[in-house]
Design a protein around this ligand. Structure first.
Ligand SMILES: C[S@@+](CC[C@H](N)C(=O)[O-])C[C@H]1O[C@@H](n2cnc3c(N)ncnc32)[C@H](O)[C@@H]1O
Length: 305
């Protein structure tokens, strides 16, 4: 995938809520900014347009493909020193960016997956195509979905499907996975899909498949743990009145963002002021143009001086 394909049906990604995110993320033209989930660099590209030659963005992504794509897309800005790309997990932002502590004007997290990840069957994120049960955002995640499905106990599987997928048939699905793997290991997305289809009647299948695949992806990448660590670290990176902006795509993530902003606001030494008492949602027009935006919720908070 090259940057030239960007606006075609094979897009790497179509950024979500760019206008709303930019309004909160952008502070001053010569500030320092972090994009913790670079993807195809859609948000970064929009911010770069607002920055002066002094302004600077650090783009992070755990996926080497996203970094490689952006190296091409932003060759000029990289050469000019206006952008730095780092392949790392955003949960390590405070370690990786320790030189920026107290200096960042805006920190953006646009959670979840890029289109490129979903639409590449070899990554194993989609039940709509056959591929290996990988589901790792990056090669350094500790285990693949295949390894997790082979090693987890029935209780662990049931709990994971319930907690991360809110799947009502979690217990019976977990039992069937364990029965199935005794004879044949689950290796591909089609193997997992077949187990779900054995258990769930046709009218509910697509929803269950989406929930099961979501639950595994969250577990494989420890997505909620990574989000918590990033939100703990972010206020320490921010300059006074600097902002953290988070776009999330399911209620578990949004709840964590809401609660962590509130805790920080309500503590004895509040670090953040909440800017979005209610999450912002994409416009009807955006959802019509990009249905994958429909579940997005954006929250933002500001570092108190
Ligand atoms: C929704 S996409 C971001 C899209 C981006 N805003 C754009 O405009 O193209 C999410 C990206 O975050 C990355 N990602 C997910 N979890 C991550 C983590 N813990 N650390 C770093 N990157 C992560 C994924 O690899 C993916 O590229």
């Amino acid at each position: 995938m090259t940057p030239q394909n960007h606006q075609t049906s094979l897009s790497f990604h179509e950024p979500v809520m760019v206008r709303e995110a930019l309004e909160l993320w952008f502070r001053s033209p010569d500030g320092i900014y972090v994009d913790g989930t670079l993807g195809s660099g859609g948000h970064t590209a929009a911010l770069l347009k607002r920055l002066s030659p002094e302004g600077h963005i650090v783009g992070m992504d755990i996926d080497p493909n996203a970094i490689a794509y952006c190296q091409q897309r932003f060759a000029t800005e990289l050469q000019q020193g206006r952008l730095r790309l780092i392949r790392a997990n955003f949960r390590q932002a405070c370690e990786v960016l320790h030189d920026l502590k107290g200096k960042v004007q805006g920190f953006l997290l646009d959670l979840g997956l890029s289109w490129h990840q979903v639409d590449t069957p070899e990554r194993g994120f989609t039940f709509r195509a056959r591929g290996p049960l990988d589901m790792r955002f990056g090669p350094d995640s500790p285990q693949t979905a295949e390894a997790l499905l082979a090693a987890a106990s029935e209780e662990e599987l049931a709990s994971l499907l319930r907690r991360y997928g809110e799947e009502p048939r979690a217990r019976v699905l977990a039992r069937r996975i364990v029965q199935r793997r005794r004879s044949t290991p689950l290796r591909t997305t089609a193997d997992l899909r077949a187990v779900v289809e054995e258990v769930v009647p046709p009218p509910h299948r697509l929803k269950s498949l989406a929930r099961v695949f979501q639950a595994l992806r969250i577990a494989v990448n420890d997505e909620l743990g990574a989000l918590r660590e990033a939100l703990e670290c972010a206020p320490h990176l921010l300059a006074p009145t600097g902002r953290i902006v988070v776009i999330s795509y399911h209620s578990l993530e949004d709840r964590i963002v809401k609660e962590m902003f509130r805790q920080s606001f309500a503590s004895n030494m509040p670090l953040l002021r909440i800017l979005t008492p209610k999450p912002l949602r994409p416009s009807a027009e955006e959802i019509q143009q990009n249905p994958r935006a429909r579940s997005a919720r954006l929250r933002a908070a500001e570092r108190l001086p």
